[in-house]
Design a binder for this molecule. Structure first.
Ligand code: GDG
Length: 449
């Protein structure tokens, strides 16, 4: 059997155990364990010259991690400007936030070609290649241009809007054409697959997209949550709540996560359901990401203001409605907070999947589970219709959902949670990776042997 080659922009550092494990890392853990395999991507470090970098290698538990450095110019054009400043907002339906520039498009293509040139010498003829995410749309074609004929699959972790919106980006047709180099394209939901296939069709291209919803490792997360509620930090949180119900939000500080809308929803709960004042605390953990980008600075200012306004209006001398933290919290502490939370409030305006929703379900105590309030626009929503689903743009709907969750009977909570938990345990990260790789193996090859 050939090796599995994973390519992603960032490569998880195999020796840094404290790093939070995303769905990608967890899902691939199983797939990578099988035999010898290689994970290729950017090191996170800066190269000094424009000459092609030499990959650095590190092998841990049978997996070889090969990484290359990028220059400051490449990093800025490819990663910050094109990937995060153009593709990220566009694919999250926020075309107004897209800052398009042709120069960044050129750098994006240049770095994808560089990835291909550095990867090709490491490949063997029977390898299977799996490319991840929007940073690397053109990589498959760049590899084919260098003569790679093995199977290449692609998985997109973010949503896909309809073609009428995607085409606002100059050159979108070219991206689609490049994607024809992949034997199979995985996306998170049926809606994403329909949108991408429609885009292919309207451009006279072959439909290659299928939904493979990503999952978590629920057993590992549950164990972590069970251990974590026994820690000192969980005890301190419990004591500080003084009997108040806990509503928890956990998101990277990103405009796709609907944080200002969520805070306004909580504000509407305070205003319209005064019986909850003093009896509930909303804890929002939102570690700062991409802090050097203007849109993210604005978002942070908006949240600072909203938190101040809501706390100023409703706090008592011995109670604060919102606790808002912009630093990350270690995973083995956070897992216990999930288990303690009576309600998880997860209301992205758009999200590829949203693993926090699945982690919350996995962390619950079966005897007294909490309630998941989830946005219709999370990729997780179609699978999780036992959650209380909300339109995140409607503050009053969020308030009603919170009231419903806070007053829900134990019977109903258990019924809803049992179904959610069954699903989370069935569609794990390991299942996702195996399912995709099997489909890739069976897909009609772009380069028949
Ligand atoms: C992309 C797509 C898709 C968050 N805060 C802390 C922390 N986290 C952890 C969570 C969870 C992960 O980060 C976030 O996962 P998401 O799925 O919510 O979001 P993205 O990072 O945007 O990921 C997304 C995903 O890819 C997989 O395909 O679901 O839609 O955007 O695991 O627990 N972890 C720690 N401290 C924090 O403060 N330790």
């Amino acid at each position: 059997m050939g090796r599995l080659i994973i390519v992603s922009n960032r490569v998880p550092s195999p020796r840094e155990r404290t790093q939070p494990a995303g769905g990608l890392t967890v899902g691939l853990k199983d797939a990578l364990r099988g035999g010898s395999s290689l994970w290729f991507g950017w090191s996170g470090n800066q190269a000094e010259t424009d000459a092609d970098p030499q990959p650095s290698f590190d092998t841990v538990e049978g997996v070889t991690y090969a990484t290359i450095d990028l220059t400051a110019r490449q990093h800025e054009g490819f990663y910050q400007n094109f990937s995060n400043g153009i593709l990220w907002p566009l694919f999250h339906y926020r075309v107004g936030l897209m800052n398009y520039s042709r120069r960044d498009w050129q750098t994006y293509l240049e770095v994808n070609a560089l990835f291909a040139r550095c990867l090709v010498p490491l490949l063997r003829p029977d390898d299977v290649i799996w490319v991840h995410d929007y940073h690397l749309f053109p990589l498959g074609q760049a590899l084919r241009d260098l003569g790679v004929t093995t199977r290449i699959g692609f998985f997109l972790h973010i949503p896909v809007p309809p073609w009428s919106l995607v085409r606002s980006m100059p050159g979108a047709e070219l991206l689609l054409e490049d994607m024809q180099a992949y034997d199979l394209i995985g996306v998170q939901t049926d809606e994403d697959a329909d949108n991408l296939n429609q885009a292919f069709r309207l451009n006279g291209l072959e439909e290659r997209a299928r939904a493979f919803p990503i999952g978590i490792d629920p057993y590992e997360f549950r164990a972590q949550a069970e251990a974590s509620v026994l820690r000192d930090e969980a005890g301190r949180l419990r004591t500080s709540l003084r009997g108040a119900a806990l509503i928890l939000g956990v998101d990277r500080l990103d405009y796709s996560k609907g944080l200002p809308e969520r805070f306004r929803g909580y504000e509407a709960l305070m205003a319209r359901y005064p019986e909850h004042r003093g009896k509930v605390t909303f804890l929002q953990v939102a570690p700062v990401s991409r802090g050097d980008v203007e849109e993210y600075r604005l978002l942070r200012r908006q949240l600072d203001e909203l938190t101040g306004r809501i706390n100023g209006a409703y706090a008592e001398f011995d109670w604060t409605p919102i606790r808002y933290i912009t630093r990350p919290i270690a995973r083995d502490i956070l897992a216990g907070f999930y288990r303690m939370a009576d309600v998880a409030l997860i209301t992205p305006l758009r999200d590829g999947m949203n693993l926090v929703a699945k982690e919350y379900v996995a962390a619950q105590n079966a005897a007294a589970p909490g309630v998941l309030v989830l946005s219709h626009f999370a990729g997780a929503a179609p699978e999780m219709d036992e959650a209380v689903l909300v339109n995140p743009y409607d503050a009053d709907e969020i308030a009603d959902a919170l009231h419903q969750a806070l007053t829900m009977s134990l019977d109903e909570r258990r019924q809803r949670w049992t179904k959610l938990d069954e699903d989370v345990r069935r569609t794990t990260a390991g299942f996702w990776a195996r399912d995709f790789l099997r489909a890739l193996d069976e897909a009609p090859p772009v380069c028949p042997v």
